[in-house]
Design a protein around this ligand. Sequence first.
Ligand SMILES: [Zn+2]
Length: 328
Amino acid sequence: MFGSSRRNSQSSIATGSSKLSKKDIKAMQAAKERQSGRPGHLDPGQEHKLKQFRAKIEEAGIFNPERHDDACLCRFLRARKWDVEAALTMFKDAEKWRKEFKVDELYENFDYPEKEKVDEIYPQFYHKQDKDGRPVYIEQLGKLDLRKLYEVTTPERQLQKLVVEYEKFQRERLPVCTAQKGELVETSCTIMDLKNVGLSQFWKVSGYVQEASKIGQYYYPETMGKLYIVHPPWLFNTVWNVIKGYLDPVTVDKIHILSDDKQLLEQIPDVDLPTIVGGKCDCADKGGCMSSDAGPWNTPDGKEIIEKVKQEGGEKREKHEAGATNGK
Ligand SMILES: [Zn+2]
C-alpha cells in the first residue's frame, strides 16, 4: 500500500519538460543519501557540531591539517551519530593508536617482501572501481590456512600490511577516485570471497577477521561503503546471525550475502570485475588482477593527483605550524 502511493507521487515529479523515471529518482535519492552528513551537504546543526569538534581537537593539541580535513572529522562524527563528545573520545583513541602502531612510519617505510608467498595463501587486493566510483577490494579466504600463512609471515606483519593498505586507500586511492568522479568518494566496495571455505575453517580465521574489522571500525570509521560476501559456505547464515551481533546495525545494512556472484554485476561492471568472482577482467597484460593494482590511481594522471595531494598536505601542515607559532 505504502509502496504504491509512493510510486504514484514519485512518478508525478517532473523537471522542465521531461519527467523523471523511477530509476532516475532512485538514483538521485541514493546520491543524496551518499552525500548527506558530508562536507558541502551538512545541515546547520551538523555545521555547528563540526566546528565544535574541530575546536576541541585543536584544543587537545592533536589537530593535523594534513589528515584531519572536514571529510575525516565528519566520518568520526557520523560514526558516533553526531555526538561530539563521543566522537572526540573515538578520535583521541584513534590518534593514540596511530602513534603506538607507528602508522605514519609504516606508510612511509613498510617493506613487504613476502607478498608473493602470502598472495598464494591469502589473496587480498584492490582492483578497479564499482559503479559509484569506490575502489573495489577483494579478499579470498578459501585458500587461507593460518598455519601456512604464518610460516611465511607473522600475525603482526599481516595487521601492519592491512594498515598500510588502509593508509594508501585514504591517502592515494580515494583522492584520485574523488577527482575522477567530481564528488567525494570515501568508501570502499569490498568483496569477501568464501569459496572453498568450510564452516570449521571459518571459525579458525574468525579471530583474525574480527581483529581486522576492529581496526576498520574504530580507526578508519565510515570507510566501508559496501561489503559483499560471495560463495558463502553451507550454514553460513547461521554464523552470520552470530557475527551480526558484534556489528553496528548501520554496518549490517551495508553487508550483502550473495548466493550467486552474478548479483555483483549490479554494482560492478563486468569488464571491471575479475573472472574469479564472476566478471570478465583478467588483467592478462599486467600479470593478473591480483597483482595489477589496476585502477585510476595507477595511471600517470592518478599518480600526478597523488603527488599534488601530498604536496598540498605538506603545505597545509606548514601553514598550520606557522600559525600556531605566530599565535604564541
Ligand atoms: Zn583485472
